[in-house]
Design a protein around this ligand. Structure first.
Ligand code: GAR
Length: 225
C-alpha cells in the first residue's frame, strides 16, 4: 500500500450510536483533508444517529437487525456474515468502527485483516472495553486520551496507529473527560484514515510504522507540569 491512488479510498463505517466520529470523517472528506469516500454506513441499532447523519450526506445507511441471529450458537458469526455481504456489495476497501458496540468476529476480522480500524477512548493498552473514561478516573491517571488501531481478535488490542493524550483534571467527571477526549478523537481518526489512504502505514507484528512521520523526541508532555 503505497503511492498515490487513482480513485478515493472506499470506506465502510460501522456505528451503533451518536456518530460524531462518523461526522468527523464526513467533515474531513468534505473539507478536502481526507481523500476518501464513505460508500456505506451500517448499524446494529435502528435509531442510531449515525444512520441519520449518513442519510443527510447522501450516504447509503443500512440497519442490520441482530435479533434474527440471536440465540443461535454462532449468532455473532452469522451476523458478521450479513455485514460482510453488505461491505462486499459496496466494494469497501477500509472498514471503520466508529462507536460500534458489538464485538466483531474473525468472519469480519479475517476478511479485512489490517483493513479495519477502531477508535477507542483511552491510551491503549490501558482501559480496554467499556467505560474507558470512568476507568481512567478510577485509576487516577494524569493523562488520558484516545487510540486508533487496527482491529484484531482481542478486544481493543490491535496494532496502534495514532494516539492523542489529554490532561485529566481533579474536577473531571466521566462526562467532562469524555468530551475532552472526543475532541481529540475527531482529530486523529480522519488523520489515521488519510495515512492509510496515502499508503504510509506498515504493520510489523503488533507495531505500525508510519512512513515519513515527523520525529521529534523533545515533544514530551507532562501532567502535572
Ligand atoms: C467514542 O468515544 C468512541 O471512542 C467510543 O464510543 C464513542 C462513540 O462516539 N468507542 C468505544 O468505546 C469502543 N470501544 P460517536 O458515536 O459519537 O462516534
Amino acid at each position: 500500500m503505497s503511492g498515490k491512488r487513482a480513485t478515493p479510498l472506499r470506506l465502510g463505517v460501522l456505528a451503533s450510536g451518536r456518530g460524531s466520529n462518523l461526522q468527523a470523517i464526513i467533515d474531513a472528506i468534505e473539507a478536502g483533508s481526507l481523500a476518501a469516500q464513505i460508500v456505506v454506513v451500517v448499524s446494529n441499532k435502528q435509531n442510531a444517529q449515525a444512520l441519520e447523519r449518513a442519510r443527510k450526506h447522501g450516504v447509503p445507511a443500512v440497519f442490520l437487525d441482530p435479533k434474527p441471529c440471536a440465540g443461535r450458537p454462532d449468532s455473532r458469526e452469522t451476523y458478521d456474515r450479513a455485514i460482510l455481504e453488505v461491505l462486499q456489495k459496496y466494494d469497501v476497501e477500509l472498514v471503520l468502527l466508529a462507536g460500534y458496540m458489538k464485538i466483531v468476529t474473525p468472519v469480519l476480522i479475517n476478511a479485512y485483516q489490517n483493513r479495519m480500524m477502531n477508535i477507542h477512548p483511552s491510551l491503549l493498552p490501558a482501559f480496554p472495553g467499556l467505560d474507558a473514561q470512568k476507568q481512567a478516573l478510577e485509576w487516577g491517571v494524569k493523562l488520558a486520551g484516545c487510540t486508533v488501531h487496527f482491529v484484531t481478535e482481542g478486544v481493543d488490542e490491535g496494532p496502534i496507529i495514532i494516539q492523542a493524550a489529554v490532561p485529566v483534571l481533579d474536577e473531571d467527571t466521566p462526562e467532562t473527560l469524555a468530551l475532552r477526549i472526543l475532541e481529540q478523537e475527531h482529530r486523529i481518526y480522519p488523520r489515521a484514515v488519510q495515512l492509510y489512504a496515502e499508503g504510509r502505514l506498515q504493520v510489523e507484528g503488533r507495531c505500525v510504522r508510519v512512513a515519513d512521520a515527523a520525529s521529534d523526541a523533545a515533544r514530551a508532555i507532562r501532567n502535572p507540569a
